[in-house]
Design a protein. Structure first.
Length: 312
């Protein structure tokens, strides 16, 4: 093991999911809309240069139609997977360490099985041409523009949390299955945070994971995120914050906080409780509890800071 690797493994990291964690809402539709607008502007300029103005209005709708088909097909495939695989059910027996472990294994297997659905969808994204030719700077600008326009809103308390973590010696990073690390960096602006995420391949508009091994697949599942976290963000101590079942394994790795607008509206909180975990509001941190089977949730980062959950 190299000295650099040993140093990395001694780090303390605060790792944040992006969509609906750092941001209040999912941003994939915002990214896609920005890409479509960019492509339409470029196509219009090309037509003007070639003096081919006819049928302009008809052509402008093609990308929207292709994107709509991508979304509709993904939702159909996802529903079909859920119906054929069945969401893991709660054990009828009392919750014990054994039943919780078995339930978690079933849940992870179910979530990992979605990789085929995600892979097929990403192929359709590539084939749609929505992201073809888009480079890193264009994607970063889309992120900046989305924040300026209010299309992407950051969750309250982010800067306060990052400042506390940095002053306490934690390195802050983003780990996301979002399709563009460059878009994420544009949203984050000048904030000094490492970003581990997929990226758009400008050559064909496909989605790739540039930080992976040669030929590695894009990040799409809970297992993918855990694997990427261990390989790309090694650390002695990890506090992870996320909002969806794609974050499940990272949340359970060491210390985790679920980000949710409300307790009742979070499917992830429901999943954790079904798996046998007690999920308390972060304001109850420090009041004792069931050891490793206690998780916490918060609706913004101010609540996390005020709770004292992040060790100094």
């Amino acid at each position: 093991m190299s000295s650099a690797t040993r140093q990395q493994q001694q780090r303390r990291r605060l790792i944040l999911d992006f969509d609906s964690t750092i941001t209040k809402k999912d941003t994939i539709s915002v990214l896609a809309s920005a890409a479509i607008a960019h492509q339409q502007k470029r196509q219009k300029q090309q037509r003007q240069r070639r003096r081919q103005q006819q049928q302009e209005n008809d052509r402008d709708g093609i990308l929207e139609d292709k994107w709509r088909q991508v979304v509709e097909r993904y939702m159909r495939d996802l529903q079909s997977y859920k119906e054929s695989s069945g969401v893991p059910e709660e054990d009828e027996e009392g919750v014990t360490t054994t039943t919780t472990t078995m339930a978690l294994e079933r849940e992870v297997e179910y979530l990992s099985g979605m990789s085929s659905v995600e892979a097929a969808s990403l192929e359709r994204v590539r084939d749609s041409g929505v992201f073809a030719g888009l480079g890193a700077e264009a994607l970063r600008q889309m992120g900046r523009d989305a924040v300026s326009a209010g299309s992407v809103v950051l969750r309250e308390g982010l800067d306060r949390l990052v400042d506390l973590a940095t002053r306490s010696g934690w390195e802050v990073a983003v780990l996301s299955v979002n399709w563009s690390a460059s878009f994420i960096r544009g949203v984050l602006g000048a904030r000094d945070m490492a970003v581990v995420a997929n990226e758009v391949c400008p050559r064909d508009g496909g989605i790739v994971f540039p930080d992976g091994d040669a030929g590695s697949r894009p990040l799409t599942t809970s297992w993918d995120k855990l694997d990427a976290m261990k390989r790309c963000l090694p650390a002695r101590s990890v506090t992870y914050m996320g909002d969806s079942t794609t974050d499940l394994e990272c949340l359970l790795y060491q210390r985790g906080v679920v980000m949710a607008d409300s307790e009742e509206g979070s499917s992830l909180i429901g999943t954790l409780r079904r798996l046998g975990y007690t999920v308390l509001h972060v304001s109850q941190h420090g009041g004792g509890g069931d050891g490793g089977h206690v998780m916490y949730w918060a609706s913004d980062f101010d609540q996390v800071v005020d709770s004292g959950l992040l060790p100094s």
